[in-house]
Ligand binder design. Structure first.
Ligand code: GDP
Ligand code: MG
Ligand code: K
Length: 283
C-alpha cells in the first residue's frame, strides 16, 4: 500500500514521461482520468522504505479552466491532495516553465522543482544558481537529466523530505497584483474566509483570484455552494474589471498574468547567468 503520493507535473515536452519511466520502470498503470479521454498514468515505487505512488499529470502551461488537461490536473490536486507535486521544468527555458509552478504555489500545494534537461543548459554555457532558485521560490530545487536517469535519487530524497516537512498542510504563495487588484482581492479573501466558502478545499485567496480571472469552473462551484456570496464576488470582479479596462486597457486576468511573469523575471535575473560574449572577452 502507498504511504505517500507524488504527482509529476510540467509543461508539455519538459521530460515528464521520461522521468516517470525512470522512477516507476515497468510498474505502471495506464488508464483514463474519470469522465474524460485524457490519459492517466500512475506507478508504484519504493524509496528509503517509503511506498510512493507516482501520478503523471497531463502536461499543461497553466491551471486555468480552459482546457480539459488543465481542469484534470487542477481537480486532481484539489480533490486528491497529493503530498507533494514535482514540477518538472525544462531548465533551458526556465522563465516560461516557472509560470505553472507559481500557480501550484498559489494554490498552496508543496512543490519540488526538478530542473530537467540540465545537459542542454550546460551545453549552452548558461549557468543556473539552483540553490538560490530554491531559496527565492521556497521550493527545493534538484537538477536532473531524465534522459540519462541522472538526479532521480536526489529528487526522491527531496520529495520525501518536503512531504514530511509539510505534512499535508498547504501554504499559499502571495504575490502582489498591484494597487488596482490587491485591495479587491483582500476584501474577497475576507468575505470568503468569513463564510468558509470553498475553504475546505482551496485557500481563500486562490478562490478570489479565480473570481477575478472569471474562472468558469470555480464560479459554477461557488454559485452552487453559496449563491449570495458568489453573486457578491462576481459583482466585485465585474466592477474592478470595468475599472482596469477603462484606466489600463487591461482585464484583471491579463494583469494577474503580468504580475506573475514579473515575479518570475525578478527571480530569473538573479539565478540565471549567461556566458560573457566573445566580443567582451577580446577587449
Ligand atoms: P513530456 O512531454 O514532458 O512527457 O516529455 P518527454 O518525456 O516525452 O520528453 C520530451 C523529449 O525530451 C524527449 O525527446 C526526451 O527524450 C527528451 N528529454 C527528456 N529528458 C531530457 C533531458 O534531461 N535532457 C535532454 N537533452 N532531453 C531530454
Ligand atoms: Mg508525456
Ligand atoms: K530535446
Amino acid at each position: 500500500m502507498k504511504d505517500i503520493t507524488v504527482a509529476l507535473a510540467g509543461n508539455p515536452n519538459c521530460g515528464k514521461t521520461t522521468l516517470f519511466n525512470v522512477l516507476t520502470g515497468a510498474r505502471q498503470h495506464v488508464g483514463n482520468w474519470p469522465g474524460v479521454t485524457v490519459e492517466k498514468k500512475s506507478g508504484m515505487m519504493r524509496h528509503n522504505d517509503v511506498n510512493i505512488e507516482i501520478v503523471d499529470l497531463p502536461g499543461t502551461y497553466s491551471l486555468t479552466a480552459y482546457t480539459q488537461e488543465e481542469l484534470v490536473a487542477r481537480n486532481y490536486l484539489v480533490n486528491e491532495r497529493p503530498e507533494v507535486v514535482v514540477d518538472v521544468l525544462n531548465a533551458n527555458a526556465l522563465e516560461r516553465n516557472l509560470y505553472l509552478g507559481v500557480q501550484f504555489r498559489e494554490m498552496g500545494i508543496p512543490v519540488v522543482l526538478a530542473l530537467n534537461m540540465m545537459d542542454e543548459v550546460r551545453d549552452s554555457g548558461k549557468t543556473i544558481d539552483t540553490s538560490q532558485l530554491a531559496e527565492f521560490t521556497e521550493c527545493p530545487a534538484i537538477e536532473t537529466v531524465a534522459r540519462l536517469g541522472q538526479g532521480s535519487k536526489n529528487l526522491l530524497d527531496a520529495a520525501l523530505e518536503h512531504a514530511q516537512k509539510n505534512r499535508g498542510q498547504w501554504s499559499p504563495l502571495r504575490i502582489s497584483y498591484g494597487p488596482d487588484l490587491d485591495p479587491v482581492l483582500e476584501a474577497m479573501e475576507e468575505a470568503i474566509t468569513a463564510e468558509s466558502f470553498l475553504t475546505d478545499k482551496v485557500p481563500a485567496r486562490w478562490t478570489g483570484i479565480k473570481y477575478l480571472e472569471h474562472d468558469e469552473d470555480v464560479v459554477l462551484k461557488g454559485r452552487a455552494a453559496n449563491p449570495e456570496l458568489s453573486r457578491q464576488l462576481e459583482q466585485m470582479a465585474a466592477e474592478v474589471a470595468d475599472h482596469t479596462t477603462k484606466t489600463l486597457n487591461a482585464t484583471p486576468d491579463a494583469i494577474i498574468a503580468d504580475f506573475r511573469y514579473g515575479y518570475i523575471a525578478g527571480i530569473i535575473r538573479k539565478v540565471v547567468h549567461y556566458p560573457m560574449l566573445d566580443t567582451q572577452r577580446i577587449t
